[in-house]
Design a protein around this ligand. Structure first.
Ligand code: UGA
Length: 448
């Protein structure tokens, strides 16, 4: 919405949420303390906030006065009941639709911005249509559009300003054109694709599934590299040079995290099963299976190299976010890997450039509860402090600064034999020359 506000100064945008604390943080005078860290976002918010972009808790007023409403609520994986663990929990989408149907005035275009299972637009439409009251002296009507978001965290602003494509799905051409006109303020027309509703919803899930599939593919090859003497970076480079394959999204790592990939694939699996497409479901399920396996095998490598015993060993964890340039930890491989290490008896010393201690505390809380609240990790703002006195360190997020650590300094304050587990293959082996540090890199056939 900030980017739309920047490019469409004639449009009034109001972002509303029932969560007062969240809205207060978006209104925070200190522009560097917005609730999410995203490069370039605070500058844009600073320029448009209070002009044509407002943040408020007055949901009712916003619905009443809006010509177009973007539903952008959370759609996590359902935890209980039918489809638990696979399909999305749509309770917040449904409650938005109910509120809109009750409060809107005149004709309202309702845009699905959240990523949703295919056919959700039908649910939204049914709710909107069912509650148009006949006893009012004015008529309410709705057009439902699907406008999935393709931005990635960490590069969100660039992705929005120069998108590969904008997708608009719908039935009402007039409404679709109104939404298209907004994007035309900065996106060239040939990049705006119009489809039917279901193609739009399915394209979003498919795009994420394809991206995640590439990561599981390269991660599966990383394991073959380790046993055959090949090098995953060399293989990825050679494979990616084929213009039909392309070089993006071929970086092996500890497995994909983030709030979307796993959830969207599981939605696809659920949809396939629902329509009896068992083989299709199995195909996509295997992408998630490889992802879980990758996280697990990294943890097993660590235990194996530390003589099968982690009890009372101190392990430095470099990076907790699911990728660089974000403070988001949702589905971060760090959570699974750290939990397994703690279960083995290790004491973790965690560092991340943007993830605060409270977030790590929340993510590792279930484990701490199991351990009778025994503290099994500490947090450090300084990366060198985090590694001090450790038996090993595990690099989990590819923060740029981790590429240029002062290994000479690190080597003075560690226990030996010391192991470095580099799950993003970003450390240069030559930097460790003569320091007698052991290095295990993901996908490297030269690991000892
Ligand atoms: C992803 C998609 O890239 C976006 O297009 C989409 O809009 C978004 O989900 C969404 O549906 O909201 P995001 O999850 O923010 O974006 O981040 P990605 O850059 O896709 O990274 C996801 C995970 O894959 C990270 O854990 C990252 O480390 C991992 N990854 C990515 C790799 O392991 N290797 C790669 O080559 C690329």
């Amino acid at each position: 919405m900030a980017v739309i506000a920047k490019h469409c100064q004639n449009i009034e945008i109001e972002v509303v949420d029932i969560n007062k604390e969240r809205i207060n943080s978006w209104n925070n005078k200190n522009i560097h303390e917005l609730p999410i860290f995203e490069p370039g976002l605070s500058e844009i918010v600073k320029n448009v906030r209070g002009k044509n972009l407002k943040f408020s808790n007055d949901v009712e007023k916003a619905i009443k006065t809006a010509d177009m409403i973007f539903i952008s609520v959370n759609t996590p994986i359902k935890r209980k009941g039918i489809g638990a663990g696979e399909t999305s929990d749509l309770r917040w989408v449904e409650s938005c639709a109910r509120q809109i149907s009750k409060l809107s005035v005149g004709h309202t275009i309702v845009v699905e911005k959240s990523t949703l299972p295919v056919k959700t637009a039908k649910t939204i439409k049914d709710i909107l249509d069912a509650s148009s009251p006949s006893d009012l002296d004015y008529k309410r009507s709705f057009s439902v559009l699907s406008n999935p978001e393709f931005l990635a965290e960490g590069t969100a602003i660039m992705d929005l300003e120069q998108p590969d494509r904008v997708l608009i799905g719908g039935e009402d051409i007039e409404a679709m054109n109104q939404l298209k006109d907004i994007y035309l303020n900065w996106v060239p027309e040939h990049k705006i694709i119009c489809t039917n509703l279901w193609s739009s919803e399915l394209s979003k899930l498919s795009a994420n599934a394809f991206l995640a599939q590439r990561i599981s593919s390269i991660n599966s090859i990383s394991a073959i590299c380790e046993v055959t003497g090949a090098d995953i970076n060399e293989v990825a480079n050679a494979v990616g040079k084929d213009s039909r394959i392309g070089c993006k999204f071929l970086k092996a790592g500890p497995g994909f995290g983030g709030s979307c990939f796993k959830k969207d694939i599981l939605n696809l699996v659920y949809l396939s099963k629902y329509y009896g497409l068992t083989e299709v479901a199995k195909f996509w399920e295997s992408v998630v299976r490889i992802n879980n396996w990758q996280q697990n095998r990294i943890y097993e490598e660590i235990v194996k190299r530390l003589f099968g015993n982690l009890v009372n060993k101190k392990i430095g964890i470099l990076g907790f976010a699911f990728k660089e340039n974000t403070n988001d930890t949702r589905e971060s491989p760090a959570i699974e890997i750290c939990s397994n290490l703690i279960n083995e008896g290790a004491i973790l010393s965690i560092h991340d450039y943007k993830v605060p201690q409270e977030t790590i505390s929340r993510d590792l809380y279930p484990l701490q509860k199991d351990n009778n609240k025994k503290i099994c990790w500490e947090y450090h703002k300084d990366v060198y402090e985090a590694i001090k006195g450790c038996d090993a360190m595990v690099l989990l997020t590819e923060w740029e600064n981790y590429k240029n650590l002062d290994w000479g300094r690190i080597s003075l304050n560690i226990k030996r034999p010391f192991w470095i587990f580099d799950t993003r293959s970003i450390i240069k082996r030559e930097q460790l020359n003569d320091l007698s540090l052991n290095l295990w890199q993901l996908g490297n056939g030269n690991n000892k």
